[in-house]
Design a protein around this ligand. Structure first.
Ligand code: NAD
Length: 470
């Protein structure tokens, strides 16, 4: 359905990026966007809206974009993807929505960021790109809706935090669970002391590898005569590997797609969505989900600016050079201040999916579509009774809506960059502990691992030239 132009922008609200860019020069808001068609009826006018560029048209990008398209005070004016087919789909989706041809296509996100008429960006690219794309966006003073996990390494996360703070841009993380009533209710139960003092927190995440785009059955059928039943068993130098390698599809700029990571031969089963299952580009189920359920755990624990002191993880891993090499099963024990013990686990039935806080007087558990509590009185309703809400947590009207509101008000979003950084650190440290095979001692203030140079090296990663983190 075509969107109607709105005059909803509050008086005095002014495009901050235009303002910053125009400081010392005449401020000119463009009346007409580049590429717009004069004939298009009821075309949304950028001067009345937050202009948005969307980057990454895979599994998550389109859903985020749809929610932005549905907001009358936002106009998507640019789309970017390294796959020409997906990019064409992104542009046509946006243009069909507005019934115009104003959305411009970009292959290179850096070119998009040069646009003077862009206010904000939505970034939904694979994790190995988050650091570079997000810091570059912040450097261009663009407000950012960026996906979880904040980045591929703790060093990249720190760079994003610095860039966002230095450039004073608004950040919303894709950890949308905080915008849902039941997650807030669960966290408020904990924060209001209704389960007593928290002693244990359980964070249950998925295990194994999930073939999102269903690209593996075809390859596994080819590999069956070789006795191979999993991509975790396919390693270089074997016939199976040779069968897995192919030319990249027409339309995908694979060299750009690999970007700062190590160049590897193209294997369809580790590119779209399944990039999660190889450490060159993703962090497995642990890093895919820690930004959701540990994010909620921290909300209840009031740990948005702090973290664990000790982290010890154990995991089952395929061979390091296999097509899919991320942990198939893992369990991480973390010690937080005030002797709170957190367990993050994937593949252990005693740790239920979602987030569970256990206290001296009871427990509460929450997951997508699920909520339970030791106190039957607290089970009713989507929110806590007002009388019990002495501590009230941030209420958001919807994750994308909250971002747009904060772009206007310049107030922090419900999941600002520091929160995302701290929500994901336990996952990164758990992985490092598993890889070096010992307990880590973490200084949450200085964000350093004590006395362990091997583990400390894994806080960052090498970059393939010419890419580097600004
Ligand atoms: N918040 C959530 O619930 C949620 C759910 C799914 C995914 N995600 C996150 O969204 C991000 C994307 O995941 P996905 O499953 O959509 O991946 P995907 O592989 O399905 O899509 C990523 C898209 O980005 C494009 N791309 C890659 N590098 C690019 C670059 N440098 N510039 C422009 N385009 C580029 C790819 O061609 C692809 O079309 C990840 O960070 C993931 O963790 C979040």
């Amino acid at each position: 359905m075509q969107k109607q132009p709105s005059t909803a922008r509050p008086l005095g609200w002014l495009n901050r990026r235009h303002f910053l860019k125009a400081a010392g020069a005449a401020l000119v808001l463009p009346a007409i966007l580049p590429g717009c068609t004069m004939s298009a009826p009821r075309r949304p006018r950028a001067a009345n809206r937050i202009t948005l560029g969307v980057i990454g048209w895979g599994m998550q990008g389109p859903g985020n974009t749809r929610n932005f398209l549905n907001e009358a005070d936002c106009q998507v004016i640019a789309a970017c993807d390294l796959d020409a087919n997906r990019l064409a789909k992104a542009v046509s989706t946006v243009n069909e929505h507005y019934n115009n041809r104003d959305c411009k296509a970009y292959h290179d996100f850096r070119e998009m960021f040069e646009r003077e008429d862009l206010d904000a960006v939505m970034i939904a690219v694979p994790d190995h790109w988050h650091g570079i794309v997000a810091t570059e966006a912040a450097r261009h003073k663009l407000d950012i809706y960026g996906e979880k996990p904040l980045a591929k390494t703790i060093a990249e996360q720190q760079a994003i935090v610095r860039a966002v703070e230095k450039n004073n841009v608004i950040w919303q993380t894709g950890s949308w669970q905080r915008s849902q009533a039941l997650f807030r209710k669960a966290a408020e139960i904990v924060r209001n002391g209704l389960i007593g003092e928290v002693t244990h927190v359980e964070v249950g995440l998925p295990a194994g590898h999930h073939d999102f785009p269903s690209t593996t059955p075809e390859l596994l059928a080819k590999l069956k005569p070789l006795g191979i039943t999993s991509l975790a068993d396919v390693v270089p130098g074997t016939e199976a590997w040779n069968l897995a390698v192919s030319e990249p599809p027409t339309g995908l700029d694979y060299n750009f797609w690999i970007g700062p990571s190590k160049m590897e031969p193209y294997i369809a089963q580790r590119v779209y969505q399944n990039w999660r299952w190889n450490f060159n580009t993703g962090g497995g189920q642990l890093l895919d989900w820690v930004g959701h359920h540990c994010d909620i755990a921290h909300w209840g624990m009031d740990c948005d600016r702090s973290g664990p002191d000790e982290v010890e993880g154990h995991g089952d891993f395929p061979p390091a050079n296999a097509v899919w090499n991320t942990a198939t099963k893992y369990r991480i024990e973390l010690k937080y201040p005030h002797d709170i013990i957190m367990t993050i686990a994937g593949g252990y039935p005693d740790i239920r999916s979602g987030t569970k806080w256990i206290g001296t007087d009871g427990w509460v558990w929450v997951d997508r579509g699920g909520f339970d509590c030791s106190n039957p009185e607290l089970k009713k309703g989507k929110s806590l009774p007002e009388a019990l809400r002495k501590v009230k947590l941030y209420e958001s009207p919807g994750h994308q809506r909250n971002f747009l509101d904060c772009v206007k008000s310049r107030k922090p979003t419900i999941t600002p960059v520091e929160t995302a950084h701290h929500s994901t650190i336990p996952g990164h440290l758990g992985l490092i502990s598993m890889l070096v095979g010992r307990k880590l001692h973490w200084d949450a203030k200085s964000e350093k691992i004590h006395n362990d140079s091997e583990a400390s090296q894994l806080l960052t990663r090498p970059y393939r030239a010419p890419w580097h983190l600004a």
